[in-house]
Design a protein. Structure first.
Lengths: 282, 257
């Protein structure tokens, strides 16, 4: 990861104001809210660690996902994960985890990834629904800001030149070669598309599927939830969309690290990104 | 590449692990304070108001086809109240059962199951959504709560309907289940006291002889084994003061989400 070294050492070049204050603030609010939503969501999932496809959980069909535990021959616990009828041994990670005292507990997702860290559905719901408001209001503010400040049109919308270069960009990403120097002042095409999919597809989907689980909001237009396959399908989509967001975050953070952790972090905290002559990166 | 990279990476990994452990234990510590859960639970009111703002008062919960019904309807929580008094009532088919309706009403009354069956009723195939996350679909038939209220003439000050149940939540036979709903839900056409499930008398495991159905809310609002109803102007001085057994244990009173 040569760029990491290059940008961390005292480098020539100049500081470019890359991210404006509202974007930076909303980005970090989103980090906190989404993290809490995700971890409290896993604690809520733990209260019934099965997912189904359909209107109800009990329609004669087996769950599409089960994370559970059964006693093993030695008197301990075997954790297993069953996806579409294929079972995997996930002892220690999913289904059954061992505490610091050596005791095994039945828990779908382990305590180190849930809020609260112990079985506590009501508290997890309290966290989830409070931060849902922060997350949704922050997201709405971001979308409105992006439209009216032209952040969306100027920085996020791919140009036709961007789209023509998509093949090259994919190849470059796979080789971990990233735009540097002057080109790093703008988002590249894959970055733009990833952000747009997250902002306008994944996040709205995860919110909508959350609302689809509300029995009260089900009465809004009778049957609207069935458009997505039913309430239990909505719960499954909510879960998959949440993990897809985690996948995005992992790739996002990976890209942040390999394209210059400190420089990127500074630009998302202070707004300023050091632009160095491109030659230094090759 | 410099020699500093590997230690730095190890340092970062350790810093990240430490930070996440701190955040997690911080979250758990916050959960155990007095004040923080109260801040979090402000959202209950926002959820309730937002839901009321976007849905008409009498918006109907979805009703399903016969073929959508679950092969067997799951019994959750109490499957048998287990008291001698309840067993005696169940033994002769609840012939001696009387539903008491009192509180802020003009005419307190007792109803037998037969009398309730004679009042305006409703049959509905609805989905039961448990707070744990699962759903099951069944057909319910029962007396509309509005018909019971009409018979007892609610006083002007009545704001909530309390439901008192025959099932003790503690092993020593104390701490009976109870629930409450507001007058909007009480007069909702789908709010019934069900005496039948799937075209048969309501089974003991599902709340015989009467269970509340309040279709736009989660399962714990649907009190089973209802033996008494009281109209009140508030529930702050009843049991734990939160309006229901699970509410007293940290769950939201507004269970529409």
């Amino acid at each position: 990861m040569p760029q990491d070294v290059a940008t961390a050492s005292p480098a020539p070049g100049y500081l470019y104001y890359r991210h404006r204050l509202p974007v930076r603030v909303m980005h970090w609010i989103n980090v906190v809210a989404l993290t809490i939503m995700f971890m409290s969501g896993l604690q809520i999932f733990n209260a019934h660690s099965r997912l189904y496809w359909g209107k109800s959980s009990y329609d004669g069909k087996p769950p599409v996902l089960t994370i559970a535990a059964r006693p093993d021959a030695k008197g301990g616990l075997k954790g297993y994960t069953d996806i579409l009828g294929r079972e995997f041994d996930t002892t220690g990670v999913l289904g059954a985890t061992q505490g610091a005292d050596g005791r095994w507990t039945r828990t779908a997702f382990p305590g180190w990834i849930t809020i609260p860290g112990t079985k506590w559905l009501s508290m997890a719901r309290s966290w989830h629904f409070f931060f849902a408001w922060i997350f949704v209001l922050n997201g709405l503010a971001f979308v409105l800001y992006s439209i009216f400040s032209r952040h969306l049109a100027r920085d996020l919308a791919p140009t036709s030149a961007d789209l023509k270069g998509i093949g090259v960009s994919i190849r470059d990403h796979l080789r971990f070669r990233h735009p540097a120097g002057e080109a790093a002042k703008r988002y590249n095409v894959l970055q733009k598309l990833a952000y747009l999919v997250v902002i306008f597809v994944l996040l709205p989907l995860v919110i909508l599927m959350g609302l689809a689980m509300s029995p009260w909001l089900n009465s809004l237009f009778p049957g609207w939830v069935d458009f997505f396959g039913g309430r239990q399908a909505a719960r499954t989509i909510h879960f998959i969309a949440a993990w897809t967001l985690v996948g995005f975050v992992l790739i996002h953070v990976f890209e942040v690290v390999i394209t210059g952790l400190w420089n990127n972090m500074r630009s998302m905290v202070t707004g300023r990104y050091r632009v160095t002559p491109e030659a230094a990166h090759e | 590449m410099s020699d500093g990279i590997v230690p730095r990476r190890r340092f970062l990994a350790r810093a990240a692990a430490t930070a996440s452990a701190l955040v997690l234990s911080g979250c758990d510590r916050l959960s155990r304070t007095e004040w923080f859960p109260r801040v979090l639970d402000l959202a209950e009111n926002w959820n309730h108001r937002a839901a009321q703002a976007v849905t008409p008062r009498k918006a109907m919960a979805q009703e399903f086809a016969e073929s959508d019904r679950s092969p067997s309807f799951r019994s959750n929580g109490t499957a048998d109240p287990g008291t001698d008094e309840y067993h005696a009532m169940a033994a002769n088919g609840f012939a001696d059962f009387r539903l008491a309706v009192a509180g802020l009403v003009g005419q307190p009354k007792f109803f037998t199951v037969a009398e309730l069956r004679a009042l305006p009723g409703r049959a509905q195939i609805t989905r039961h959504d448990c707070v744990e996350g699962w759903s099951a679909i069944a057909k319910w038939k029962g007396v509309q709560l509005s018909a019971i209220l009409d018979a007892v003439k609610p006083a002007a000050g009545a704001r909530y309907v309390m439901f008192y149940c025959a099932d003790p939540m503690e092993a020593d036979g104390t701490d009976f289940y109870y629930e409450s709903i507001d007058m909007d839900d009480a007069y909702h056409p789908q709010t019934i006291l069900a005496y039948e499930m799937n075209d048969a008398a309501l089974p003991v495991a599902n709340g015989a002889p009467l269970r509340l159905r309040v279709e736009r809310q989660l399962g714990y609002k649907h009190a089973k084994y209802v033996t008494a109803i009281a109209l009140v102007d508030g529930f702050g001085n009843i049991a734990g003061g939160k309006g229901g057994y699970w509410e007293d244990n940290g769950y939201q009173w507004y269970a529409g989400i």
